[in-house]
Unconditional design. Structure first.
Length: 254
């Protein structure tokens, strides 16, 4: 028995279900949220469950400071959704560029995703749908393709309270290592950075190749969001958590 609590009033059935769900809530991150300077972002949520839920959501800038979102008049809010209800938070393309990421704790039954939209004068707007990442990973992997004049960009988030040293290893289609970030990327607690992947020191060998990129930290967590661009076309690349399991002999397997 743990997490015992005493309440000064009788809880409703909905509140009891909410507390039960909170015990199994998932910490999720949207690794890039940019607005202004030609960019629009939004994040959508839906409650697929049978009970009302409430959950916190917060926006953090690249340097770990609160990121103010005009539509919610602040950097954080609490979302309440009835069964089957949905909502979104938007950040229009107004003013100079602001960048950061989104953190949330999603109760069971709540799902969501992000949307980016880039506006370039004289061209049709380009939009990408972006999946949420779930916290608790010390290693993430994404598949890249730098052939045919495509470009891979990444947003890398340290959602933990300790300094994260992120090592990036790039492999080709045959599994040969063709680059390692040198030096590794140092991210202060709750900080984020973004870059064109092949432009990082040590990773130029991925240009013209395709394969996988591994992002790992020795302590703390890492959240990675990939973006693929070809000309003005834009889409997202999901990163996969690589969590080692162990069998009874102690040998790791996936």
């Amino acid at each position: 028995m743990n997490d015992a609590a005493v309440f000064g009033t009788v809880l409703t059935p909905a509140q009891i279900l909410q507390l039960a769900g909170d015990g199994n809530a998932s910490k999720a991150t949207l690794g890039q949220f940019a607005f202004g300077g030609g960019w629009y972002s939004a994040i959508y949520f839906a409650n697929t469950g049978t009970s009302s839920v409430s959950f916190p959501i917060s926006f953090t800038g690249d340097k770990g400071l609160p990121l103010n979102i005009p539509s919610i008049s602040g950097s954080s809010t609490t979302i309440t959704l009835a069964p089957g209800a949905s909502t979104k938070i938007e950040a229009p393309n107004v003013g100079s560029l602001e960048e950061g990421y989104v953190s949330m704790v999603l109760p069971i039954g709540v799902t969501g995703y992000g949307v980016f939209r880039q506006s370039v004068p004289g061209a049709t707007d380009q939009e990408a749908v972006v999946p949420l990442s779930y916290a608790g990973a010390s290693n993430q992997t994404l598949v890249y393709d730098e052939t045919n004049s495509t470009t891979t960009a990444v947003a890398i988030v340290n959602p933990s309270s300790v300094v994260a040293t992120v090592t990036i290893t790039v492999e080709d289609v045959n599994g040969n290592v063709i680059g390692t970030s040198s030096p590794p990327i140092m991210l202060q607690p709750f900080n984020k950075t973004e870059a064109v992947l092949r432009m990082l020191p040590g990773l130029s060998g991925m240009e013209g190749n395709q394969g996988i990129a591994n992002f790992s930290v020795s302590s703390g967590d890492v959240v990675v969001l990939g973006l693929r661009a070809k000309g003005l076309a834009l889409t997202s690349i999901p990163a996969v958590n690589q969590k080692q399991l162990s069998d009874f002999t102690g040998e790791p397997f996936f």
